[in-house]
Design a protein around this ligand. Structure first.
Ligand code: HEM
Length: 487
């Protein structure tokens, strides 16, 4: 494939060093949807354009279902991660299936409380109500607040409840240390981290790499502790959460006699680590961006309030009520399709690349691609492609609605790339969608968000595995109606 000439040892690293997604988008305009760059001495295939990406990840999915063996990935879950390890064969397949089924059971299972229709709804409702109370309390005390630090604990609590059957206090130091250092993780695992491609850099002292390794160790030890507690209290007649369900699978050897697909005891912790790790930073980032968009676009917030008032009113937000909302949520294709949530406003500020590798020699759009080629799939480019989107930079949630505003424009939703595509597509997609919907709908039903006088909001995305924003200390809320008496 064509691509820019680079320097002998550095390759194209200098031009890709910052805001890699933007640099690659610019280059793809010149070299096309299938392009090759070099980072250090390593060639990297860069895919852009929705059709080309669909061709590779869906139509030729088997060829593009690997993961590159990157240096930084070796430190995630002790190199045994479902998401980051280079394995794409039987063991990965069996574990992915297991993780998917455990996630599903502990989100759609009926809730023991009659007021919620499923476990996920119960966990999110509890946390969202907590946030409403907390934000109002912060307003009384300080007249302003920074929402991210509360959102992240609440979202982490949802996945903790599913994985460990446990909710943490918002002041819990162990959890706070974990959720507040994810920046180190996303910075190093971002596409184009030079230490992944230039071996010499691994031997030079690097503060970010050290923080990254420490973070992964701490994360794993946090999960290990919970898994150990579960083994000690495990009761086959009372499967409490995802960890128990994975222990059950492991003890029963339900996966058959093929040893490749059996899950050894010590690997349970890796699977839980993956689900827990993937499950809170992404969703928090989505929610947090949504609030940023809402305060900078009060007219859109007003429309969402009106829609919520018309459809849900003051009744409790659930996965079933919502009148037209729930109906519209069925069969959605992209996050933005949730007409009631602010998510449709974002065009992939969340995950900018997916990072597969080729599993065999293959041909894409007429170009030969060898086995084990590291691939950057530029999701950001698709979500900002002028050929696909009118005014791609404009924040316009209504672009995802049909002309009469009663239905979701499914075709446009399917053009959004957020969760990857094909064999490696995110396994938490449905859970993430529902979480974001339930959190936002509950918050917006009761609160109006704004920025305090003289306060500012910096929407500049910070490059990493997902694009984050600088935290904003100037949030305010106003209660829309008293919660007492809500049916
Ligand atoms: C808004 C939230 C989320 C976003 C934007 C997101 C995005 C992604 C992306 C882009 C991938 C890589 C796909 C590829 O390589 O083609 C991925 C993989 C993955 N996600 Fe998510 N995700 C989200 C939430 C979640 C949640 C809630 C969970 C689980 C609780 C989860 C679990 C995973 C796992 C385990 C993988 C690895 C799959 C594999 O390699 O086989 N994600 N996600």
């Amino acid at each position: 494939p064509p691509g820019p000439r680079g320097y002998p040892v550095l390759g194209n690293v200098l031009e890709l060093r910052t805001d890699t997604h933007l640099a690659l988008t610019r280059l793809s305009r010149r070299y096309g949807d299938v392009m090759e760059v070099r980072i250090g001495t390593r060639p990297v295939l860069v895919l852009s354009g929705l059709d080309t990406i669909r061709q590779a990840l869906v139509k030729q999915g088997e060829d593009f279902m690997g993961r590159p063996d990157l240096y930084s990935f070796r430190f995630v879950t002790d190199g045994q991660s479902l998401a980051f390890s280079p394995d794409s064969r039987e063991v990965w397949k069996a574990r992915r299936k297991l993780a998917q089924s455990a996630l599903k059971s502990f989100s759609i299972a009926p809730s023991p409380t009659s007021s919620c229709s499923c476990l996920l709804e119960e966990h999110v409702s509890k946390e969202a109500e907590y946030l409403v109370t907390k934000f109002l309390q912060l307003m009384e005390e300080d007249k302003r607040f920074e929402p991210y630090r509360y959102l992240v604990v609440s979202v982490a609590n949802v996945i903790c409840a599913m994985c460990f059957g446990k909710r943490y206090e918002h002041e819990d130091q162990e959890l706070l240390r974990l959720v507040n250092s994810t920046e180190e993780f996303t910075a190093v695992t971002a596409a184009g981290n030079p230490a992944d491609f230039i071996p010499l850099l691994r031997y030079l002292p690097s503060r970010s790499m050290k923080l990254f390794i420490d973070f992964n160790r701490y994360f794993l030890s946090f999960v290990q502790k919970r898994v150990k507690e579960h083994y000690e209290t495990y009761d086959e007649n009372n499967i409490r959460d995802i960890t128990d369900s994975l222990i059950e699978q492991c003890l029963d050897k339900k996966l058959g006699t093929n040893t490749a697909t059996q899950i050894p005891k010590e690997k349970i912790v890796n699977l839980v680590n993956d689900l827990f790790g993937a499950g809170f930073d992404t969703v928090t980032t989505a929610l947090s961006w949504s609030l940023m968009y809402l305060v900078t676009n009060p007219n859109i917030q007003k429309k969402i309030h009106e829609e919520l008032d018309r459809t849900i009113g003051t009744t409790k937000v659930t996965v079933l009520n919502g009148g037209g909302l729930a109906e519209l949520l069925q069969g959605q294709g992209g996050l933005e399709e949730q007409p009631d949530s602010a998510l449709r406003m974002q065009k992939n500020l969340l995950s900018i690349f997916s990072l597969p590798s080729t599993t065999k020699d293959t041909v894409l759009n007429g170009y030969f691609i060898p086995k084990d080629r590291c691939v950057f799939v530029n999701q950001w480019q698709v979500n900002h492609d002028e050929k696909l989107w009118k005014d791609p930079e404009t924040f316009n949630p209504e672009r995802f609605l049909s002309a009469d505003r009663t239905k979701v424009n499914k075709e446009d939703g399917e053009k959004v790339l957020v969760f990857g595509l094909g064999k490696r597509r995110c396994i938490g997609e449905n859970i993430a969608r529902w979480q974001v919907f339930l959190f936002l709908a509950t918050l917006l039903q009761q609160l109006e968000f704004s920025v305090c006088e003289g306060g500012s909001v910096d929407m500049t995305p910070l490059y990493g595995l997902s694009l984050k924003h600088k935290r904003c200390e100037h949030f305010q809320v106003r209660q829309r109606f008293p919660t007492k008496g809500r049916s």
